[in-house]
Design a binder for this molecule. Structure first.
Ligand code: DAH
Length: 339
């Protein structure tokens, strides 16, 4: 016990302080030597019990310091060895900021919808949503579809139930009805969304696709307003100001028209864009039929309006030269990554 004196303890402290622990083997050697049950420090504490009260006063403090220091050096070395070995094993820097999650890209259909909504929002249109599972009234009857209209046939429409007739909406025009039923003119809405038709699937048509519907109801809305609005749209969207309106038929508009944009023949090498005519059909439109206004509770003597419907896939296929409509819903990453 001769060694149990202040000088001895201080030498030990100096020794511990200068010890170099770089590996887990060295760490273990350190632990065995100083901190284990049979190690030096435990032994000193054992011996400490047997010294006189005088000596206890003298030795207690440095002995405790020695123990604390040894523990601290052990803990620090242990932590840094662990961190170093993690980094080494994985070859990674764990202080580096986390990688970005892959967020994908906007789908071309969404891109088209966003662009069209942005253009019409500049002239006061806002977006309205509507159900994709729709009753007969909102999809057909209020829109002036005669009872024998072929769209009401099972061949053309996916029915969820018959009698009462509930169907997957065949167009976004159902939102027109819901807008007029729930709002007071002036009404300026756009209704983008998915629609369904019981059609054979091919490169050009699918049993589900997207449309965007436009509706404007106010006092004194005329066909000139319709044409000017569509011209504004084709200029903004396609950069083309040469359009034509061909007479057409829709139950819910009178008169009705189909709108073509003049594309020119320069890109018409393979006859794909305009089938050799130079004109690209882009939408259907017309003046809202007075019967529709009446059905939706709007007085056709006071109000008039126009409506239009645009097929989104067709426009996306034209914009990006996508040869097959099915590519838009296959979710093939090689395709989607390009947008
Ligand atoms: N609903 C028509 C369709 O699915 C598109 C359409 C044409 C909508 C004329 C309209 C419109 O609002 O006025 O083919």
């Amino acid at each position: 016990m001769a060694y149990l004196n202040v000088e001895f303890i201080q030498n030990l402290i100096a020794e511990i302080q200068s010890s170099r622990i770089n590996t887990s083997e060295e760490l273990e050697v350190f632990r065995l030597k100083y901190l284990s049950k049979k190690g030096l420090i435990a032994q000193l504490f054992e011996d400490f019990k047997n010294v006189s009260g005088e000596k206890k006063k003298e030795l207690g403090k440095p002995l405790n310091e020695l123990k604390k220091l040894a523990e601290k050096i052990f803990d620090d070395a242990k932590n840094s060895i662990a961190a170093a070995s993690l980094a080494e094993n994985k070859g990674e820097d764990y202080t580096r900021p986390a990688g970005l999650l892959p967020v994908g890209s906007r789908h071309p259909v969404s891109q088209m919808i966003e662009e069209i909504v942005e253009i019409f929002s500049r002239i006061g249109f806002s977006v309205m949503d509507g159900p994709e599972i729709e009753d007969d009234w909102h999809n057909f009857t209020a829109l002036n579809f005669p009872p024998e209209h072929p769209a009401r046939d099972m061949q053309d429409t996916f029915f969820v139930t018959k009698n009462p007739d509930i169907a997957l909406r065949t167009h976004t025009s159902n939102v027109q009805v819901r807008a007029m039923e729930s709002m007071k003119p002036p009404i300026r809405i756009l209704a983008p969304g998915r629609v369904y038709r019981n059609e054979a699937i091919s490169a050009r048509s699918h049993c589900f696709f997207h449309q965007i519907e436009g509706l404007y109801i106010d006092k004194k809305v005329s066909f000139a307003d319709l044409k000017q609005t569509l011209l504004y749209f084709t200029e903004s969207f396609f950069g083309k100001s040469n359009i034509r309106m061909r007479p057409s038929y829709f139950p819910f508009t009178e008169p009705s028209a189909e709108v073509d944009v003049y594309w020119g023949m320069n890109n018409e090498v393979d006859y794909r864009i305009t089938k050799g005519t130079g004109w690209l059909e882009i939408l259907g439109c017309g003046m809202v039929d007075p019967n529709v206004l009446k059905a939706c509770g709007i007085d056709p003597e006071v109000y008039s309006g126009f409506a239009f419907g645009i097929g989104i896939e067709r426009i996306a296929m034209n914009r990006y030269q996508i040869p097959d409509i099915r590519m838009l819903s296959e979710n093939d990453m090689r395709f989607l990554k390009q947008f």
